[in-house]
Ligand binder design. Structure first.
Ligand code: NAD
Length: 326
């Protein structure tokens, strides 16, 4: 029996403008689309496909992630609001194509109040189905393309601002970094730091990711996932999943700066205060990782997509980070 969810009483509910529960049992679709705030423009946010253990877990993720998208859009000065889609995954579903087509149709019903694209768990094939079925899908292969390198570059620029604030210079060479998760974002960030002389520690639960990063960047040091946040480094960059900083993990940190690509790094708002009281400079995830968003919404620019404009805006993350830190 399914339990009725009291949305407005969930801790992640923040006066969201709308929450859509999109279900199609024939194709195994169970999903939520949360629209947090559209004051600046239509909601935008990727769609996540994840093996959530319950509808409540999925909904709470959508509420939290859509709120962060509102902040991300506002800080990036793009005329959009916060939204997010989450699909409850099932790795045994043989009708995945139909599932994504059904989901795209639900996005179409929102008729442009919600633009979506790739997020964790979506494959290029899934994205192709979404693109085919909906004109409200952005981050298309042949236009803006993969947002991850842009997200990584934004993190890199935010790191420069944080280094400047803490150490008085933004030199990468000789500084120490640790990166949790060397997937699409973490691997590019690793390259940016490594190639500039940074000493980088990495961890990933997927052995093939570790192998591939070590092949590309042989001087990288590999540590266990459970140990990566405890490394004595200048900057810790979480680039796996969120919710990592809490009462237990914060006292174990030995880095002066946290600046990474993962969404929703703080387990709760209080953990932001907690980091502050431990004298750790935390660059908000929704600022540091905004490069991906900046790249995909550039597709909606009436002047057309321009790589040059995207680059300029992503570089601007450094200035915004500097102002926030100050
Ligand atoms: P990804 O799936 O390509 O990479 C994540 C990596 O983290 C994987 O290699 C995975 O094995 C690893 N991982 C998962 N749990 C781990 C753990 N406990 N310890 C160590 N490693 C672990 O995803 P991605 O696209 O690189 O995204 C990473 C994070 O950045 C996510 O939180 C995502 O929401 C966020 N983000 C991504 C983008 C983007 O454009 N890809 C943009 C903004 C934010």
């Amino acid at each position: 029996m399914t339990r009725r969810l009291d949305i407005a009483n969930l801790p992640e509910f923040d006066n969201h403008e709308a929450v859509v529960y999109a279900v199609d049992e024939k194709v195994g679709l169970r999903s939520f689309i949360a629209i947090h705030n559209t004051n600046l423009g239509p909601a935008t946010g990727g769609t996540r496909y994840w093996n959530y253990i319950s509808e409540e877990e999925a909904l709470r993720d959508a509420l939290r992630l859509s709120q962060a998208m509102t902040y991300k859009c506002a800080l990036s000065r793009v005329p959009y609001g916060g939204g997010k889609g989450v699909i409850i995954g099932n790795s045994h579903n043989p009708r995945k194509r139909h599932l994504f087509a059904a989901y795209a149709q639900r996005v179409n019903i929102l008729n442009g109040s919600f633009y979506t694209g790739e997020d964790v768990g979506l494959t290029a094939d899934n994205l192709r189905v979404l693109e085919k079925e909906s004109k409200f899908v952005i981050g298309r292969e042949r236009i803006a393309g993969n947002p991850s390198p842009w997200a990584a570059r934004g993190v890199y620029y935010a790191i420069l601002a944080a280094l400047q604030a803490v150490f008085g210079d933004s030199e990468i060479s000789g500084r120490m970094f640790s990166i949790k998760g060397v997937g699409k974002v973490g691997s590019v960030l690793c390259g940016l730091l490594y190639e500039r002389g940074g000493k980088v520690h990495v961890a990933d639960i997927a052995p093939e990711k570790v192998k591939s990063i070590k092949r590309k960047y042989p001087r990288v040091e590999v540590v266990k996932s459970s140990e990566i946040h405890k490394q004595k480094v200048d900057v810790y960059a979480p680039c796996a999943l969120g919710g990592e900083f809490n009462k237990k993990t914060i006292p174990q940190l030995r880095s002066q700066i946290i600046c990474g690509g993962a969404n929703n790094q703080l387990a709760s708002q209080e953990d932001g205060e907690r980091l502050h009281s431990w004298d750790i400079l935390y660059v908000p995830d929704y600022l540091a990782n905004a490069g991906g968003l900046i790249n995909v919404v550039a597709e909606l620019d009436k002047r057309g997509y321009s790589r040059r404009r995207v680059e300029k805006k992503v570089r601007g993350i450094r200035t915004t980070a500097k102002k926030i830190i100050e």
